[in-house]
Design a protein around this ligand. Structure first.
Ligand code: FES
Length: 220
């Protein structure tokens, strides 16, 4: 083990650079505000939006998101570095995530990872020279009964045999999900009170238990 020295003296980005986040993306982030009680609460959907739009969330983007949400840039950095889903640097057009947890491991997960590395000629956290694939590993991907498994972007590949890897990687549609998204993925913006009403709940002021919603159905 060795310590990695981080350069904190050099600015992470040019503060005089042109804004990265377009007015359209900024407007979309602001459209999330009515869903929540605070602007800060829109941080995760904002990060998803920015990453989906630009491929990753750069330090400049973090700073601009912080400005829109009226929070400190370090709050954005804290959140990004907690979730492995978010990338702070460029990644491949497709991200392969191989499961490294126990159920997949005993079903051949290590051999699967080795074969993917061999086929792409990259290691973990690396990207192929053509920018097509990045490779990472993650703990359980929640399909333990179908191990070994791997995700390509959002598409789950189950019970992957080593001999199938080449065919999967050469399939241009290997990252396409074949079902409709839930409306919950990007629901229309609703005010909190409307959300509670739709769920048959009563909104009330926060009490000492810090609960923001009464679970008692309206009308009772
Ligand atoms: S152990 Fe691989 S999906 Fe759970």
């Amino acid at each position: 083990m060795s310590w990695k020295v981080l350069d904190r003296m050099t600015p992470a980005f040019d503060a005089n650079a042109e804004p990265l986040i377009t007015p359209e993306v900024r407007e979309k982030i602001e459209s999330y505000f009515p869903r929540y009680e605070t602007k800060r609460a829109a941080l995760l959907p904002a990060l998803h939006l920015v990453q989906n739009t630009y491929g990753h969330v750069s330090y400049q983007a973090m700073s601009e998101i912080a400005e829109v949400l009226e929070i400190h840039p370090s709050d954005v950095l804290d959140t990004i570095t907690f979730y492995t889903h978010f990338w702070t640097h460029k990644k491949g057009r497709k991200v392969i995530t191989v499961c490294r947890s126990l159920s997949c491991e005993v079903c051949g997960g290590a051999a699967l990872l080795k074969e993917v590395k061999k086929q792409l000629n990259v290691g973990e956290h690396e990207t192929t020279p053509d920018g097509e694939y990045s490779l990472v590993t993650e703990e359980c991907l929640a399909v333990c009964d179908h191990g070994p498994c791997m995700l390509i972007n959002e598409k789950m590949h189950k019970r992957v045999r080593v001999e199938d890897v080449e065919k999967i990687l050469s399939d241009p549609n290997n990252d396409k999900i074949d079902y409709e998204r839930s409306d919950l993925f990007d629901p229309p913006a609703m005010k909190p009170a409307e959300v509670y009403a739709a769920a048959g709940l009563q909104a009330h002021k926060k009490d000492s238990s810090n609960s923001a919603v009464s679970e008692k159905p309206q009308g009772e």
